[in-house]
Ligand binder design. Structure first.
Ligand SMILES: Cc1cc2nc3c(=O)[nH]c(=O)nc-3n(C[C@H](O)[C@H](O)[C@H](O)COP(=O)(O)OP(=O)(O)OC[C@H]3O[C@@H](n4cnc5c(N)ncnc54)[C@H](O)[C@@H]3O)c2cc1C
Length: 419
């Protein structure tokens, strides 16, 4: 089977890259073995909460001047990157996904444990706060009966310490009873499946209305709208007060919906999404990848002019660690990492962990390097790349989206040059 480009990995970076290439007229396939980080995300996109030297700033353009050479943002270059930032909302709205926030500055989100954390853009279910103060004097924090991945008392404690009066309540609808019989079923995605039924959402709304007193806003776990966007606006209208969703512990309902929407858009634009398949045994000749195999296709090889590695980091098995070294799992590519194992991690869990910044070494066009030489038609995007520490910096989604755009544009410009 022959394509123009084959992308390995169907998370945020693989899908953004595939969509950009497909919409520019390239025939693409995405091979994706399983769930991506989006299924477990907060529903907010981080770009750069702090620089590698620990500095925070609201002005993201300014922060870009302080990044090391190996950082994926440095490779993209400040001018091109700020251009991408300016167009990011349009790109996603073209896929039916509305993003909130200012692409050039950070706001704040409330975490599932009630902390305030800087972040960049929000999926439409969520709102961004301008700073670390709470915009309401009184709020109702309502949970679903028996749902343990949303901690109302932590959130209330945090908001009260910032001067907001909080009351907590529970929504108890009979259609949830089957889930409640088995506590492991009481997970956000299962609850959202129930609440996607109009009659169940109506019952929840009616209970919230009865519970409300003079609060200005209702805080709810993000368990509404697995298949339907714009749920926040509909609830706000129905309840008559501001509705503010707080992310739950994983899985992430807005993350799953966004992943599904991007995949549907990719397929609608003519792309082939090979779900539940794993890429393996690449064939290389000289400095080029000639074909790739997959578990499901067996002896049939998939061929393309260019290949994009978007297999994610350790979490998604794009990388793994042996006792001696860090390994890229499909091609055995060159890696940015520390050779001394004791430098991989800090025994204090909450300190910066170096291993999170390990990943693929590339040239300035994000082409991968194997045994010191560039593989001419193999690019890398997203969290498989080395050089940034998404957990410490808070740069996960920004790196995934913009390296994907950059790789797509690198491929497109190399096609145009050879025409
Ligand atoms: C648990 C978790 C939560 C996160 N939450 C946030 C957040 O809230 N906000 C934020 O900004 N960032 C977050 N991040 C950072 C995250 O890494 C990026 O935001 C981004 O989603 C990464 O996208 P990706 O496409 O590079 O990788 P991934 O999302 O990891 O996707 C890689 C995909 O490749 C597939 N794959 C791997 N190997 C193969 C193979 N051999 N063949 C075929 N497919 C393969 C995997 O199954 C997976 O679907 C989070 C990361 C993790 C791990």
């Amino acid at each position: 089977m022959k394509f123009d480009s084959i992308i390995i990995g169907g998370g945020l970076s693989g899908l953004v890259c595939g969509l950009r290439l497909q919409k520019a007229g390239r025939k693409c396939a995405i091979i994706s073995s399983g769930q991506s980080a989006m299924h477990f995300s907060s529903g907010y996109f981080d770009f750069l909460d702090r620089t590698p030297d620990g500095k925070t700033t609201k002005d993201l353009k300014e922060a870009l001047g302080n990044l090391p050479e190996e950082h994926p943002y440095s490779k993209i270059g400040k001018e091109r990157l700020t251009g991408y930032m300016g167009s990011v909302k349009e790109f996603f709205s073209g896929c039916g996904i509305k993003l909130g926030g200012d692409p050039f500055s950070n706001g704040y989100r409330i975490t599932p444990t009630g902390n305030f954390k800087p972040t960049w853009l929000s999926l439409e279910d969520f709102s961004l706060l301008e700073n670390e103060s709470v915009p309401w004097k009184k709020v109702l924090i309502a949970n679903i009966e028996g749902f343990l991945d949303f901690n109302t008392s932590f959130i209330a404690e945090s908001l009260e310490s910032r001067g907001t009066a909080c009351r907590t309540s529970v929504i108890d609808i009979e259609e949830m009873q089957r889930l409640r019989r088995n506590p492991s079923e009481m997970r956000s995605a299962n609850i959202a499946r129930v609440l996607d039924r109009q009659e169940c959402a109506d019952k929840a709304v009616s209970q919230i209305k009865q519970q409300l007193q003079d609060e200005e806003a209702v805080l709810l776990p993000a368990v509404f709208g697995l298949r339907t966007p714009e749920v926040k606006d509909r609830l706000t209208k129905a309840i008559g007060r501001e509705v503010f969703f707080v992310a739950t512990m994983p899985p992430s309902v807005p993350g799953i919906r966004t992943q599904m929407r991007l995949k549907e858009e990719f397929e609608a634009s003519g792309g082939v999404f090979l779900a539940g398949d794993t890429a393996l045994s690449p064939e290389l000749a000289g400095s080029r990848v000639m074909s790739i195999g997959t578990v499901n296709f067996g002896d049939i090889r998939l061929e393309a002019d260019s290949y994009v590695l978007a297999t994610g980091s350790f979490f998604s098995k794009g990388l793994s660690a042996t006792p001696e070294r860090i390994v890229e799992n499909i091609f055995g590519l060159d890696i940015i990492s520390d050779t001394q194992r004791e430098r991989w991690y800090d025994t204090d869990f909450f300190n910066r962990q170096n291993y999170i910044s390990y990943g693929i070494r590339t040239d300035s066009r994000m082409r991968c390097i194997k045994e010191g030489s560039t593989v001419e038609n193999l690019y890398a995007a997203g969290s498989v790349l080395g050089g940034s520490n998404p957990l410490y910096e808070g740069s996960g989604a920004g790196t995934a989206i913009f390296t994907a755009m950059y790789v797509a544009d690198s491929i497109l410009s190399s096609v145009n040059t050879t025409l």
